[in-house]
Write a protein that binds this ligand. Sequence first.
Ligand code: ADP
Ligand code: MG
Length: 412
Amino acid sequence: MSFKPLLPGSTSASGQQITLGVMGGGQLGRMFVQAAQAMGYFTAVLDPDPASPAGLISHFHIQTPYGDEQGLAQLMQRCEAITTEFENVPAPALGTLGAHRPVAPSAACVAVAQDRIKEKSHFVQCAPLSGVYPAPYAAITSAELLAAVPADLLPGILKTARLGYDGKGQVRVNNRDELAAAWAQLGGVSCVLEKLMPLQAECSVIVARGSDGQSVSFPVQANTHRDGILALTAVYEGAVPAVLAERARASTVAIANHLNYVGVLCVEYFLVDDGQGGLDLIVNEMAPRPHNSGHYTQNACDISQFEAQVRALAGLPLPTPRQHSPAIMVNLLGDLWFDANGVRAQPSAQPVSPPWAQVLALSGTHLHLYGKLSARPGRKMGHLNITAPTVAEVRETAAKVLALLGLPALDA
Ligand code: ADP
Ligand code: MG
């Protein structure tokens, strides 16, 4: 279905308020809903969980499984256009919706992002345009392909082709024996083996592309992961070397264009040692949606990644976003709630809330909690955006916040 502008606050031909729909009710759906509602749209969320973060605040919450025909029919009946907030929504469900309503991103784009084998071959196709390649890899879909893996991919990381996230579904392997054992451990499912790269840093880029083919990109963010989960994002001049940041932006736009993508797309990159004392850029993976590393845009840019998603879906103009403040984003995992007697990862009977009053007393701190009813170790409960007029000040405030929360210091 083609996109035509859905003006905020207007009514559809059938007289109902223009309503934007989202498949999935997690925190990304919630922040999409918040951005859409701020602009005057009604929203509908499809998620089976009655307590889903987005469902709790949406005008309409359809509580059925993602593939449920009646649920999908209700969503289409309610909504003028539909997006998704997580890549594991069944692509056929998006296909059904897309036959009747504008859906962004399309089922075809989401299907590429859902499968690391398709995703990497897409990156390889785009590489001649930008000069940015994925790490050397091999697809492993049979015992024969496992046996034929080139020796120079070891040591490597074996990753399931589907359903991996936050470092799950990955095993590091040093030799062929470990590789065979890891493949068996992952159930013999389709995988990719990637060469282990000498990472110096990681970064990511958010682009938003409209149905007219015009795209805008946000500033490039530098990411720090801990235990496979994003811990910190820093976005200011110098956080990523300027030449590499420009290449990453160009690569991301090429990836979006080549897919004829509509909506918000995030692509992750590695900065690796080039063996000559410099750094090279490697494309890692993409998310067909707003991304945790783009949350800083809520408080540091004049358009957030969620507003960009709303605009792309509603066929509204997408001017280039401007970052007005240096920013650091700190992820708030459930571990922070289990602080009694210094014992982390052990839920106490009465979880202790982190010291928000002290954190919020520092200027430039912006708290975003997702309304999740129970905290678990490793669960994303919220994030904190820190902004300041200068890089030195944003780092100073971040250092204080990290100390108050008992988290590792910057650059640690
Ligand atoms: P996920 O879907 O879990 O985010 P990623 O492919 O992004 O999967 O891998 C998670 C993290 O593991 C990356 O952010 C990076 O720190 C590390 N990693 C992944 N692939 C490689 C690689 N080929 N070489 C070195 N480190 C890697
Ligand atoms: Mg990743």
